[in-house]
Structure formats: structure tokens, C-alpha cells
Design a binder for this molecule. Structure first.
Ligand SMILES: Nc1ncnc2c1ncn2[C@@H]1O[C@H](COP(=O)(O)OP(=O)(O)OP(=O)(O)O)[C@@H](O)[C@H]1O
Length: 309
């Protein structure tokens, strides 16, 4: 659906995209993740042909992007991070306005607007203007405006920032439903747990480059830390952190309130080594859990940064 190959975009001296490549297939949710200023918005704006780029190629639906290609534009939806709704128009009128940019037939549009309202759960608020809606409801309206024309590709930029739990659930369930109906979703967020639950695959960006792309499983295989074991000891002492660090292939030991999180390098018998250490030191434990690294661990290892605003 989207093929972006070695795209370079400069703003004078700033290289916002540095040979950035990106692939999106049909019917998947791709998390586009990266620290502030890494180039996500620039990449999206190039894909939407809102920005010209200096080098490289971008094909969408098999054709080079082109701002005058209305046929392609009709098949794309965008929900920007900043709310793009009209204060003077009510819920129905706002959605109808955006849908009208793509669909001329009034009867068809009425049906699409009704479906979008149903989709984001705004039936009770049809005649409300934005100032009568809470922040979460405004975000849902923003989404309805971007999806009413039923795009094949949808760009969602941080849709759950500052929304209440109920609206957040509506939004995430809605994204899953769109995927089930065949839409490809490009999703940017700073919430890695949310991305991990929602997305089928991920692109990790840093300094304008695609530094890793794949499923969680692919990314887990690409980093050196692959196993994180958490232990709750029954008796402990202040030397334990340093002693645990002596176990072969330990990268890091983090002590939380009542547990020890031990991060190991991949491809070693880490659990067996840890259990041997516990036996040899006559330690006892009430809990032991081995986990694959989370998206947050992967992000930290690949970029050396935590993904925070
Ligand atoms: N119009 C512009 N003129 C000059 N520099 C720009 C412009 N737009 C973006 N930049 C720079 O390009 C780089 C990439 O910016 P971009 O907005 O694409 O990042 P981002 O990943 O979307 O950031 P955020 O997560 O904060 O939205 C940054 O260094 C930014 O300062």
C-alpha cells in the first residue's frame, strides 16, 4: 500500500528525513514510533504529498505520490494530532463537511456520516457544537471526520493524548474495527504499551532514519537483551544486587520495591544460571518470572532513549 524508499527531506540545514524507507502492507496497523523531532510528521506529510522531498521515491497504491491525484487522496484519511474541527458547526455538520471533500452524493454522504457517528459513539451528541463536548468527545469527533469517507489508508497522529479512559477505549476498539474492515492504519503514539497492544508491526525512527522495522518478535530478536527475569526473594540483603550482577551474561539488575529485575543477554541458559546461583547461595524466593523484552526495553536499547514527551 505504501512504499517509501530512501527519502531525504531537508529544511535548510536540518535533515528531517535521512534516507528514510518504510513499507506498509494491506490491512495492518503499523506503529510509527520515535522521540520528539525524529521526523514522524515530516514522513507522514511527505506520504500525504503535503510536503515536497529532496530525494527518494514514495509510491502509494502502486503510484508515485502526487498532490493532484484526487483518486488516491480519496482513499486516504488523516486524523491530525491538533483538533481539526469547526467550532461553529455541530457534530453532524463537521463530519459532513470533511466527508463532502471526497463524496459528492448527498444521500450516500448522509449514510456515511451516520455510520461514522455510530463508529465513534457520538449518537447522543449529534447536534452538539465542539464547545459543548469534553476533550475525549472532541477527539472522537476529530476521528469521525477523518474516517467517514472510509479510507483504505488511515494516518492517526497521537489520537489518545489527553483523553479519558472511556474515549481511549472507543478509539482503540475503533482502530481495531477499521483494520478488521480492511484498512491499513499508520499510528503514531508516545505510549509504548498502547502500541504494543494495538499494532501488528512497528517502525522505530531516530534522527530521520528508520532504525528498525518489524513485528514485536522481529524486534525482540534484533536486540541483545532478550530475557528479563523478575524474582521476589523471601530474604535479601544489601549485597544482592551486586552479587546478581556477577551471574554470567547479566546486562543490568534493577531493584524495585520488593523485586529484582535481571536483564540478560540473549542465547544463554539464563534461567538455569540464575537458579543455580539461588541454590548455591541458599536463597529462597516466592516468585520468579521470565519475560521477553517489552517494546519499551527494545526502544531504549535501539535508540539509547526513553520514549517520553
Ligand atoms: N517547517 C520546518 N522548518 C524547519 N525545521 C523543521 C520544520 N518542520 C520540522 N522541522 C525539523 O525537522 C525535524 C523533524 O521534525 P518532525 O516534526 O517531523 O518530527 P516529529 O517526529 O513529528 O516530532 P514530534 O514527535 O515532536 O511531533 C525536527 O528537527 C524539526 O525541528
Amino acid at each position: 500500500m505504501i512504499e517509501m524508499d530512501k527519502v531525504v527531506k531537508r529544511y535548510k540545514d536540518v535533515i528531517a528525513l535521512d534516507h528514510f524507507s518504510f513499507l506498509a502492507g494491506q490491512n495492518e496497523i503499523i506503529g510509527l514510533l520515535g522521540p520528539n523531532g525524529c521526523g514522524k510528521t515530516t514522513a507522514i506529510n511527505c506520504m500525504l504529498s503535503l510536503l515536497k522531498f529532496d530525494q527518494g521515491t514514495i509510491n502509494i497504491f502502486g503510484e508515485p505520490v502526487n498532490p493532484n491525484n484526487n483518486k488516491t487522496k480519496r482513499r486516504i484519511g488523516i486524523v491530525p494530532q491538533e483538533l481539526a474541527i469547526f467550532e461553529k458547526l455541530n457534530v453532524v455538520e463537521n463530519i459532513d463537511f470533511y466527508c463532502g471533500l471526497y463524496v459528492n452524493d448527498r444521500r450516500k454522504r448522509k449514510q456515511l456520516v451516520d455510520e461514522a457517528i455510530d463508529f465513534v459513539g457520538l449518537e447522543k451528541y449529534r447536534k452538539f457544537v465542539p464547545k459543548q463536548l469534553s476533550g475525549g468527545l472532541k477527539r472522537r469527533l476529530n476521528i469521525a471526520c477523518g474516517i467517514a469517507h472510509k479510507p483504505d489508508i488511515l494516518f492517526l497522529d497521537e489520537p489518545t493524548v489527553a483523553v479519558d479512559a472511556q474515549s481511549r477505549n472507543f478509539i482503540l476498539e475503533g482502530v481495531k474495527k477499521m483494520k478488521a474492515e480492511g484498512t491499513t492504519v499508520i499510528y503514531t503514539t508516545h505510549y509504548l504499551e498502547e502500541a504494543e497492544d494495538l499494532c501488528d508491526s512497528f517502525v522505530i525512527m531516530d534522527n530521520g532514519r528508520n532504525i528498525a522495522q518489524g513485528t514485536l518478535d522481529d524486534l525482540q530478536k534484533s536486540i541483545s537483551t532478550t530475557e528479563s527475569i523478575t524474582v521476589k526473594f523471601i530474604a535479601e540483603d544489601s549485597t544482592l544486587v551486586n552479587r546478581l550482577k556477577e551471574i554470567p551474561h547479566v546486562n543490568q539488575v534493577i531493584k524495585t520495591k520488593d523485586k529484582y529485575n535481571i536483564q540478560f543477554e540473549k542465547n544463554h541458559n539464563n534461567l538455569s544460571n540464575l537458579i543455580r546461583f539461588i541454590d548455591e547461595n541458599s536463597l529462597t524466593y516466592s516468585e520468579i518470572k521470565s519475560e521477553q523484552p517489552s517494546l519499551s526495553n527494545i526502544f531504549l536499547e535501539l535508540t539509547g532513549k526513553e520514549l517520553r514527551d
